[in-house]
Design a protein around this ligand. Structure first.
Ligand code: TAP
Length: 476
């Protein structure tokens, strides 16, 4: 073996990670055509978890052809038959959720509390939800005879590896499409585990193909002429590149990109509840969330009271071993991401904002960043404008609702926002003026498969989730 393989310690023996994995094409695992591989590393320990195949352009071609061939039969199945497979997959995910939660925590670095209680239940819920649609497409209000698009090329990021897979694969299959999916380079393992679940569910060969690889694999997939639909979740930069690639072709495309969500707290908000919402908004998944509440907009009159309570709460957050059920904040996904977070946080200080973090001891190996907040932030600062994608909160203040709306909307992004107030009329008035795809009222980071999700402005276009998410995979 060309690398050091560390066998699982007892604490994570619930999941059997193979020392190497192939690409999942046409129902079989196989090596890359040129034999290339890369390592998947645990961000909390820097230990090599497994070695996975790096798909070449030739492998992309083989996977697209397998998906094309499978499309003929899969799209011709009655919806009720496709539903049976999706229900079966959903049930197997539930049965194997312990293994999947540990695997996701190891490969991504997020706390087991989150993979167990948020990611995995939502993944299963997505498959159950779209399984329910498969035999009702004619009654979904899309007009007569909605048809699947064909082969979907799907590219996903590392922050919610399995959940993003579910958001992509469940509606595509329910609508009668077949898929080729590329997970992120740093988190390939749960997608490969999912490939095994497809086999266990008896899913026909070629309906789901998983290609592990880097950005070049994603680019080859998006550019392949056998793809009818591109679904991408990731950075705005790569999203723009993809939009250029598909421009002028007949490929349909949906893009779910970055965000800089505003969490707006008015002076009548219940402070303790708002503090929990702020913490959940920015420290859930170490802030590596496209819809994170990374800008706190607090009404000036309650600034001191709110910040005192927030700092007290941040001091109680436990940072460390993500496999420990008491951990609140896990590891940053990669050395590159950690470097990006550090550079942006440093820019905050350099531009004159005031940095604060609770005392917390960070583990000596792995990639870690303490929960951090910045006050004295101005709208021009990079930390107020750029997506940090880390556990860093930028605090700004406002006096009037109009000023709150103007500041919240002063962003290239428009994915999410939160409003905290006791007044229903104010809630509705402010929500109606925010240019954000999702607005949460007295809560944050709540997800549900029935609810469409997506962005305004440079946060992308198209919606995933709900009936809208189905439409993105149908010719209506
Ligand atoms: P990206 O670097 O954009 O990567 C996303 C995926 O695209 C990865 O699988 C990546 O492969 C692949 N990729 C890279 N270059 C490509 C290219 N030229 N053509 C096609 N595919 C390519 O983003 P990331 O760092 O993984 O994720 C963080 C970003 O995603 C943040 O900006 C965040 O806001 C956004 N995000 C948005 C949402 C929603 S729903 N709007 C959800 C999650 C994340 P490699 O991993 O191998 O580079």
């Amino acid at each position: 073996m060309a690398f050091e393989y560390a066998p699982a310690p007892e604490s994570r023996a619930v999941v059997d990670i193979a020392p190497s994995y192939g690409l999942f094409i046409d129902g079989e695992f196989r090596e890359a055509s040129d034999g290339k591989v890369f390592k998947s590393v645990s961000p909390s320990t820097e230990e090599v978890l497994s070695e996975v195949a790096q798909a070449s352009a030739e492998d992309v071609d083989a996977a697209v052809k397998a998906a094309r061939k499978a499309f003929e039969k899969w799209s011709a199945l009655p919806g009720s038959e496709r539903a049976k497979y999706l229900f079966r997959i959903a049930r197997i995910i539930q049965e194997r959720s312990r293994e999947l939660a540990v695997l996701e925590t190891l490969d991504n670095g997020k706390p087991i509390k989150e993979t167990r209680d948020a990611d995995l239940p939502l993944v299963a819920a997505h498959f159950f939800y779209y399984a329910g649609w498969a035999d009702k497409l004619d009654h979904a209000g899309f007009g007569p005879n909605p048809r699947p698009l064909g082969v979907a090329g799907q590219v996903i990021p590392w922050n919610f590896p399995l959940l993003m897979l579910a958001w992509k694969i469940a509606p595509a299959l329910a609508a009668g499409n077949t898929v080729v999916l590329k997970p992120a380079e740093t988190t390939p393992l749960s997608a490969l585990f999912f490939a095994d679940i497809c086999r266990q569910a008896g899913l026909p060969k070629g309906v789901v193909n998983i290609l592990t690889g880097d950005g070049s694999t994603g680019a080859a997939l998006v550019a392949h002429e056998g793809i009818d639909k591109v679904a991408f979740t990731g950075s705005t930069g790569v999203g723009k590149e993809i939009a250029r690639t598909v421009a002028g072709t007949d490929k349909k495309v949906t893009l779910e990109l970055g965000g800089k969500g505003a969490n707006i707290v008015f002076d009548d908000a219940p402070i303790d509840q708002a503090v929990e919402g702020i913490v959940n908004g920015i420290f859930f998944n170490q802030g590596q969330v496209c819809c994170a509440g990374s800008r706190l907009l607090v009404q000036e009159s309650i600034q001191d009271e709110l910040l005192d309570a927030l700092k007290r709460r941040m001091s109680t957050l436990r940072v460390g071993d993500p496999l420990d059920k008491n951990t609140d904040v896990g590891a940053i996904n990669s050395a590159e991401q950690l470097a990006r977070i550090k550079a942006l946080a440093d820019s905050g200080e350099a531009e004159g904002a005031e940095r604060w973090a609770p005392d917390c001891e960070l583990p000596s190996s792995g990639y870690w960043f303490a929960p951090t907040l910045f006050t004295n932030v101005s709208q021009a600062h990079r930390i107020a404008r750029e997506e940090i994608f880390g556990p860093v909160l930028s605090v700004l203040t406002f006096r009037t609702p109009a000023e709150a709306v103007a500041k919240a909307n002063n962003s290239q992004y428009g994915l999410s926002a939160g409003i905290w107030t006791e007044k229903g009329s104010r809630m509705l008035a402010v929500a109606g003026k925010l240019r954000a795809g999702v607005v949460w009222a007295n809560t944050f980071n709540k997800f549900d498969p029935t609810s469409p999700f997506g962005g305004f402005k440079e946060s992308g276009f198209g919606r995933e989730g709900g009936r809208h998410g189905l439409e993105a995979y149908l010719d209506v």
